[in-house]
Design a protein around this ligand. Structure first.
Ligand SMILES: NC(=O)C1=CN([C@@H]2O[C@H](COP(=O)(O)OP(=O)(O)OC[C@H]3O[C@@H](n4cnc5c(N)ncnc54)[C@H](OP(=O)(O)O)[C@@H]3O)[C@@H](O)[C@H]2O)C=CC1
Ligand SMILES: O=C(CO)COP(=O)(O)O
Length: 329
């Protein structure tokens, strides 16, 4: 792969663009604000997200013209928060997407149907699975910005695409793991955001490491039940895109989901917490999406239920944790 169009201007898109440009892949980058485009071109960094990451703008063309950015490359990488994916996609003519290869790196459920990002993109652009890929973690943009050793998972059923993505992203600090398990990895990446949020709540209420270790252990068990019910065959729970991503979100100070949970645990209400956050915490909407899926399948998942009752039924966090304490094993 010599070039790629990237759609999205947040911290994760910025980290991925950084790696691509370092690897001398030409990046056509769609951002929604002209001021951000101009600042990136002028300052060689994104002033609004991971602004300490230097960007090699010799390999980057940024623009607010989505049609132009999409027209430049066959490979398109979507990195927008799931809540905004429909808004972005509605601006795109599906006929212009016929021969495109679409990669997504979005960890949330989309729309009222709670679709996976890859399923949403496949539906609206009539994509074949062979033309889709995903990029998964465990990766925090902040650590990539600092060039810290990171393992990234690239998923595609198409071997040629997997290889192309591996080559595009591998570097002296990015180690690539390849996988064909798009569905399992995508579901796991969404569920871990809910767990990160609940771990944050525990932290915010001053639960200790002993409790959080049991919480995470129970989450692994819950993830297995959820994936099995969703039809994922023999998920590799211990792999870095499953367990690794769950752990980094549960424990890392960089995690926005965990931060969101900490604020709830400290007594802020949901609206105050949303207002305080300057970045997206996908676990908030994912809690509803996954809870709907679990309910439809008659699953009883205590951690997911706890998040749902606190965030959507506005139940007191302390009372809910007392109930959770009793249901964990
Ligand atoms: N950050 C990370 O370390 C990782 C993130 N991810 C995933 O990447 C995805 C993107 O998240 P991330 O980059 O971190 O998000 P950020 O919170 O860093 O950035 C949010 C982005 O959403 C844009 N946005 C806000 N409102 C709208 C809107 N109404 N319509 C369209 N766009 C809007 C913002 O644009 P503007 O600045 O113009 O407001 C900005 O580009 C998420 O699914 C996340 O889970 C995956 C792996 C790692
Ligand atoms: O997905 C991530 C790490 O792999 C980022 O997690 P947060 O969105 O919680 O920061």
């Amino acid at each position: 792969m010599k070039e790629i169009s990237v759609i999205g201007g947040g911290s994760w898109a910025t980290a991925l663009v950084k790696i691509l440009a370092e690897n001398k892949i030409r990046v056509y980058w769609y951002l929604r604000r002209q001021m951000q485009v101009e600042a990136i071109t002028r300052e060689r960094r994104n002033p609004d997200y991971i602004n300490f990451a230097k960007l090699d703008t010799d390999f980057i063309e940024a623009s607010t013209d989505l049609d132009y950015i999409l027209s430049k490359c066959q490979h398109l990488l979507f990195v927008v928060p799931s809540a905004h994916l429909p808004t972005v996609c509605q601006q795109i003519d599906p006929q212009k997407m016929e021969d495109k290869i679409i990669i997504s790196s979005i960890k949330g459920t989309v729309g009222l149907d709670n679709l996976l990002p890859s399923a949403y993109l496949a539906k609206i652009f009539s994509l074949l699975e062979v033309n889709q890929g995903i990029i998964a973690g465990p990766c925090h943009a902040e650590e990539i910005a600092a060039g810290r050793k990171t393992y990234m998972t690239v998923c595609a059923t198409n071997q040629v695409l997997r290889t192309a993505l591996s080559e595009a992203f591998a570097s002296n600090y990015i180690q690539i793991c390849e996988s064909e398990d798009l569905l399992g990895v995508e579901y796991a990446a969404i569920y871990k955001n809910v767990v990160g949020l609940v771990c944050g709540m525990a932290k915010g209420m001053n639960y200790g490491d002993n409790f959080i270790a049991v919480l995470v252990s129970n989450a692994i068990y819950e993830l297995e039940i959820l994936l099995t019910a969703l039809g994922i065959d023999s998920p590799r729970i211990g792999s870095s895109s499953y367990l690794g991503d769950l752990l980094v979100t549960s424990y890392s100070e960089h995690s926005r989901n965990r931060t969101f949970g900490v604020l709830i645990g400290q007594g802020y209400n949901v609206e105050q917490t949303k207002d305080t956050m300057s970045m997206v915490a996908e676990g908030y909407t994912a809690t509803k999406g996954l809870h709907d899926m679990a309910t439809e399948r008659g699953l009883n998942l205590p951690i997911l239920n706890t998040a749902y009752r606190i965030l959507y039924n506005y139940m007191p966090v302390k009372t809910e944790f007392k109930l959770l304490e009793r249901s964990m094993i």
